[in-house]
Design a protein around this ligand. Structure first.
Ligand SMILES: *Cc1c(COP(=O)(O)O)cnc(C)c1O
Length: 243
């Protein structure tokens, strides 16, 4: 009960606005250190496990872009909040049998990780009349069996497949490094993802632009921004802990 009250207070519009301001300051400070324009960094507010009411409060607090990690959970919340009330990003693993729903529900999918899934999403876009769907390829740089993502050696094949997809826009890369207590330890992963992005950009692999880097979360966003992140995915630092 006490927990419920506390978390309710944590999620008032005012407290969300205060948390948002803190995050924006952290992003701006890191961008300044790296001599980057903070305007080039998009904040995705990660609302997994939090109810639709929290998303509504977050929209009132000025947040425009949300990240969810499960299609089913997102579907219920998006229908309650309104598909056109915000931009919706899928950041968690996507099973092939959920590709149709994902192609309808989300503006950006961060977790494309196989040629089969690319083919499936392309077909779902055709069938659902979706002209374009922005996708980021999740790269597995740690080789952790439990995590999704495509290993670097398989990446060229997926890139070739994406070149032949007319509805999927290949807009960048995403990484989810192993969890370290010291955020500095994530830096080599961010550097590696940037190097891969730079190479793909030079090859003209992206559908337009330089290719986004979706990297950095609550505890390591500074390191990610210093290393070139253009999309940070932040949950805990805005919405508090998840039970
Ligand atoms: C939960 C999640 C985040 C946010 O993590 P926090 O530590 O709460 O900021 C970011 N990216 C992915 C893929 C996630 O699943």
């Amino acid at each position: 009960m006490v927990h419920t009250i506390r978390s309710a207070i944590f999620k008032t519009v005012r407290s969300l606005r205060a948390n948002l301001t803190k995050i924006q300051k952290r992003i701006a400070a890191a961008a300044e250190r790296a001599e980057r324009d903070p305007g080039g960094i998009t904040l995705v507010a990660v609302t997994k496990t939090h109810p639709a009411s929290v998303i509504k409060a977050a929209i009132k607090a000025g947040i425009t872009t949300f990240g969810e990690n499960k299609v089913q959970e997102a579907e219920a919340k998006i229908s309650e909040v309104g598909r056109d009330k915000a931009e919706w990003h899928l950041i968690g693993h996507l099973q092939k049998n959920k590709a149709r729903k994902a192609a309808v529900l989300f503006d950006v999918i961060h977790s494309l990780d196989s040629p089969e899934l690319a083919h499936r999403l392309e077909r779902m876009c055709e069938e659902e009349g979706r002209e374009t769907l922005s996708v980021l390829v999740q790269v597995d740089l740690a080789g952790e069996k439990t995590k999704s993502g495509i290993v670097e050696t398989q990446l060229p094949l997926l890139v070739e497949v994406l070149k032949r997809c007319s509805r999927l826009r290949f807009d960048g890369l995403m990484v989810m490094p192993p969890l370290f207590e010291d955020p500095e330890e994530t830096r080599p992963y961010f550097v590696r993802l940037r190097n891969i992005r730079d190479r793909l950009r030079d090859e003209g692999a992206f559908s337009g632009g330089a290719g986004h880097l979706s990297m950095g979360m609550s505890h390591d966003l500074e390191v990610a921004v210093e290393e070139g992140s253009t999309i940070v995915r932040v949950g805990t630092a805005i919405f508090g802990g998840r039970s």
